[in-house]
Design a protein. Sequence first.
Lengths: 277, 585
Amino acid sequence: MSQGIYMETSSYLHRLNPVTKFVLVIPTTLILTLVVDIAVPALFSLFFLLALLVLGRIPPSRLARALLPFLPAGIGLLWTTAAFYQTRMAEAPAVALDLGPLQLTRAGIIYAVSIVLRVLAIYTSSLLFLLTTHPTDFILALVQQCRLPVRLGYGVMAAYRFVPLLSTELAQIRAAHRVRGVPEGGGALGAPRRLLGYAIPLLASGIRRAQQVAVAMDARALGAQRRRTFYRHLRFSGSDLAFLLAYAVFVVVVLSLLVWMGLPARLDPFGGPAMRR
Amino acid sequence: MLSPSLASAGRRSSLEPAVLVEGLTVKYPGRKSPALEEVSFSIQPGELALVLGPSGCGKSTLALCLNGVIPQAIGAMMDGQVRVAGLDTRHAPLNRLSEKVGVVFQDPESQFCLLTVEEEIAFGLENLGIPPGEMPGRIAAALELVGLSELRDRRIDRLSGGQKQRLALACVLAMEPQILVLDEPTAHLDPQAAAEFFSAVAHLKATGQHTIIVIEHRLDDLMPLVDRVLLFGPGGRLLAEGPPRAVFATYRQDLDRSGIWIPQVTELAYRLAEAGVEIDPLPLTVEEAAEALEPYLGRVCLRWPPIVDPPERQPATEVRRLSYRFPSGFQALREVSLAIPEGSFFALVGPNGAGKSTLALHLVGVLEPPPGAVRLLGRPLGAYTRQGLPHLVSYVFQNPEHQFLTGTVYDEVAFGLRVQGLAEREVEARVRAILEEFGLASLAPAHPFTLSQGEKRRLSVATALVLRPRLLILDEPTFGQDRRTTALIMGRLRELVRGGGTVVAITHDLRLVAEEASAAGVLVAGQLAFLGPVAALLGSASLLRRAGLVPPPLVRLGQRLAEQRDGLPLLSTIEHYLAALGAGR
């Protein structure tokens, strides 16, 4: 069964209510959008990475693999931000790196690093949720804590089970078409037509399965009783509260530090766009 | 051994039948004819009733009527009355009904929505609002009944198909219904898993707590449990109801005409009767048949079978030390070597995941073998061009839908011929002829996806046969097919083989293997565990077990008879019995 990048193990973070971990992403994103700085996003990233390693018991190698997709995006973002920053400069910039036609300024580089770090921090906060939360648990929590309608919630879970089946089926269909002499390749016109050929049987079986599951769930009285009970109740426990508190303390400390040290002033010594706006 | 909570499910009133159906007519919106028409019957508490009928006769509709899903959750027009355990299914709330009637469906992949065995069973209890404290006991009791106690914490996606079906049974048992409806529960299972499922059903029946209604076409293991048969005809009408022996003895013509599977020993008795050997009473199980045939053992013909050495032929396909590892790292094949002579029917058997399809896909070049590892008709596979291969080999996949490429039945059959570049006149003649032969002529303009399962399978076999392939590979050709479609397809394959073609069938159906194949290969965990004549395979119980197979009824019968009479070879097909009992011709 496909689980996204979820890593199955038992840890403090795994035992937290999925909603707790999900909710953290929101203030994190908000703060990081408003604060333009290098230290703050760096501290946030560090916070989440440490939490994953220590509280989530995610092995460093596994964490590195989860961070890998960020690498090309981060480098691309760093480069383009730094390059474009320069063109928007009004006064004569202090050139830090001279690449002939392209000159990177010190401020531009700082700005670019801060942008990349902000994205990294948001990315790691999502990793904290994704690596330690089984998707099924998340939906269960949404049903139990957020009053997601049960038929919708369990419907999504049932559909989720089909994801791995789809990829096996696609492989079978491709083999089946190939053996009948359908040319692979086929240029600009051939490819979309071939994909359509794969889509029809996939859709047909998907719809059939969906109907069967719906009937099977009806037969087991899903939603027939107004009040359902829960065998595995996902509660908000003391650890959820503790974790949220720790996060809140972290945020307050970081932000006070920011104000106390007057960090934003150091961000852009040349009066870059962040200060002017 | 039953927990008190499960035992209470057996509380029943002795006044009313467990199931009472009166004048039931069901019509789906947009359909011209009803799915069920004027059906009336009743089933007493504790009985096991078997529902038989041709495909599309409304059997599954009946299952959904019994728990009130029709008409309460599925919008269909329903006339007449259905009462289960004293509740009217039209008015009683669905949650009360699902405490009375539990349904197990066909497809093990589409009955679950949670992650683990335990949670899935709890799901039904949650729906009923059962207090969480009661759940662990009920879950344990239900798992015990189906023999899955050890797998309580297992994730569902790690279960085998057979375990999933027993889990589906446990899920409804935990809700403590008096009535169980099993809608083709073993259709997707291999023979061993099916046998395990039926033994769980036998165990349930023995407790006497449940009334069980089974829709099934795999009858051999089920017959000893059946009290009554409900025989449906085309158009959703109830043709007959009664004790199984009486129904099978009286309605042979209807059973034959509708292509309904019957116990293999019963079919044997029909054929023996035609040949002048009357067996009375009609046998339904291997034991009954063994007893009935004992008096005839004195005069069996021991000179049978005439042994004809097959002529030496060049191999149609030859595999040398083929290994294959999937990109995921899974080793699917290990050093497999075999040769299949031209003009033979070869059966490839083995448990699920043993590498049968992977091997077959190498034979036709969909998976590319290393150079020289696979030869086709005397030349290395690599020597053929991608365009050239479809002229020589065809492959019928297990799911016919996967292979459909065009918008009409006609074009579907014509596709391969057109790829070969045949003139349109020739294409038309060959397409028309084969559609006629497969009973699909009137469906020529229809979209392939609108056909019934049996028609889809016939179409997929027709698209392969019309090309007159030198090597034809079929993946589970009899899967889900009725007796008539199976006979039709087998007849055509026999013709292909007689004409020098080669057939390789991947199958779990040992009855097919016994009747059609001359040689077989057994793959277990990617290795060839056996390669040789079919008779040797059928005779080896340990080999069959490793392959996830159980000997078919006529083989078991043959073994019993061989024990009683020295020198009797192992009889494994109806033809063998006819020959041995002197009724050949």
